[in-house]
Write a protein that binds this ligand. Sequence first.
Ligand code: ANZ
Ligand code: ZN
Length: 804
Amino acid sequence: MNTIYNHRAVEEKWRKVWEEKPVNPKDESKPKYYCLDMFPYPSGAGLHVGHWRGYVISDVWSRYQLMHGKYVIHPMGWDAFGLPAENYAIKTGQHPSISTAANIKNIKRQVQQIGALYDWDMEINTTDPKYYKWTQWIFIQMFKHGLAYEKKMPLNWCPHCKAVLANEEAEGGVCERCGTPVTKKNLRQWMLKITSYADRLLEGLDDLDWPERVKKMQKDWIGRSYGAEVNFPLKNDPDKHITVFTTRPDTLYGATFMVLAPEHEMVKELTTPEQKAEVEAYCQAAANKSNVDRVQNKEKTGVWTGSYAIDPLNNAEVPIWVSDYVLADHGTGAIMCVPAHDQRDWDFAKKFGLKIIPVISPDGSDMSDMKEPYVEAKGKMINSGDWNGMDSDKLKSEAPDIIQKMGIGKRTVSYKLRDWVFSRQRYWGEPIPIIHCPHCGAVPVPEDQLPVVLPDVKSYEPTDTGESPLASMTDWVNTTCPVCGRPAKRETNTMPQWAGSSWYFLRYVDVHNDKELVSREKADKYLPVDMYIGGVEHAVLHLLYARFWTKFLHDIGVVDFDEPFKRLFNQGMILGPKGIKMSKSLGNVVSPDDMIRDFGCDALRMYELFIGPPEVDSAWDDRGIEGISRFLNKVYKLVVEESAKDVPETKELVRLRNQMIKTITTRLESFSLNTVVSGFMEYTNTFANIAKKGGVDKKTLEALTVLMAPFAPHLAEEMHEILGYKESVFKEQWPTWDEKLTEEEDVQMPVQINGKTKKVISLPKDVKKDDALAAAKEAIADKLTGNVVKEIFVPGRIINFVMK
Ligand code: ANZ
Ligand code: ZN
């Protein structure tokens, strides 16, 4: 038999076999395992080898589950609405529906080359009206439950994408897509009340088997902080007050001024005529600033309003300032400033010559010569009236209640999380299924009229006004009110890209259902997702939205669980050959198509795993895949040659086989996939050496073949056939090992008489004393002629007979 592995012929052969006889047919008698990939955007550039990485990892994991007797749900689909698809369409001058369909076709071809277990009968596409009907349906349920509402407000606006962005998409003040600094635009928007799920989104994290860093990112994003709202009466009008939010009410005696956000509604009335011009100019400038400048402003800026408030504890006068370092949409948009214990307040006080009063001292000293703020703020209270001498930590937790009892404020919780800005002024998205009636207000489209199909437009380019391109389609916009029948207008905003991906994992298990988004029976049987694999870039946005929608769908009885993804794995990126991120403009993109042509799918799969620990970024190296290709040839040659020999197993081979099963399985269980591949290499080399001396038995070759099946499925099928099997290797159960048989069993033991070694014998490692002595006596029987007065046995070391 030829010992040269022909990857092209072998891979083609098994693809055909699998197509005719799927290795993972739907089987309700088996326990299910749902292993999900984050589905791709069908971008025009196609997949590069970096995208492959996650899909290979998830396929290995799926096949591993399959070989544990599970029915594996492993679907794939297309997240095809949204800005990237639309921008690509505009750039290439095609209608997004045409370019999207073409891109899907190409990416599907590429995805199929992975040789993965995907069940294409479950395929979904978020732009398919049969799919987005249910996206719209969920929106309507949220509307009916008061979770979708309209609001006019200043919003993050990307002047380049010409679209409103969610806070999550404008982190750090720049557009997540294109990096353009974000400005503010005052627009009417649809909002989703994710904030009413803040506590559950936070607490649900505890039970998830997710990477800690992702949990922390979500926790920080939700940003729950306990504190107090404190009311500061106005000096000139004590009936009125400004409410500040603080997490440090214990520092109240140290509040020497207050600052309002430029957008705060009281700025106007607090500004004295003398200060009017300056304050107005300042607020104007702040409005035009991008968020980056506001968040990163190194040099503090601000103006005094001319007014004072009164510290409710000690009646001190505190000047009221305006500065853009206070954000309008956090807390109450107003803060009390304690420059002695807060860096930003310190900088501001130093710049404008404001009073600084320390109120916490680490050792009780008076702190009057402080050179910098004491931001750790732990110790004894000073300069704080009745509170002097108290422990600051104790006071910090009691102060909210004290303030509440005194009637000057109340205990509060605050969150960084904002409601989700859910409308986009773009064409390529799900139409929001709402009709605006002058008499009835916003009315949902009746559910039996869903989907509201995205109409075909000629000009789908975004406008500068913040109106959706759909607004110009008067035939479509003008309709009648479903409640009163009078003329009404359709909502022209569309949903953000995140909508379709917030629930797709539920749909896969019941794709053809046109009555419900998923039947309760199927949901109970196949959901939730057991393992979710994808990039860490989705740590906050997608994963938070999907958890929110799942909790809502749980609350209205669609599903009976409220966390969608039990376990999460984030793969690292594959970087270009020099360790630089792959990008078209740098010309360092490695295409899987070329690699498959030259080395085959299995070699690419194995190399993608071998390249480095799966959770860290790793740089591509062409020599790496060549090495893997040689290794696969070596395995193939070993199996071809040794299976023809038919040699019996030896103790050594039994031990090596058991060790190999143990090593590979434990590494795979801990997701150390790169060391699984190196493990295969080491054992293959060992077996090749044994083959030279004698041969390798069939059972060992079989174990190697079965273990390699999830990694190199085509090659494994071929070797399995060479070993004489008619059925697919994926019918095999994952092999188990016998711990005892993995141990190096024999030890070399010197047998001595009066401390002098007479012979070295080989004994089992865990031999019992009596057996060892008996064996030793037999070995040196001719020398044991005298009177033995003592028998010494040191396990694993020595046997000594003391003779007279
Ligand atoms: C007095 C104080 C003293 C504060 C001290 C801190 C340290 P998080 O956890 O972010 O909620 N703050 C409140 N609202 C703000 C806003 N809209 N823009 C900017 N800063 C705001 O932190 C809350 C703290 O951030 C609050 O507690 C407030 O300053 C400030 F030694 O009040 B603190
Ligand atoms: Zn009406």
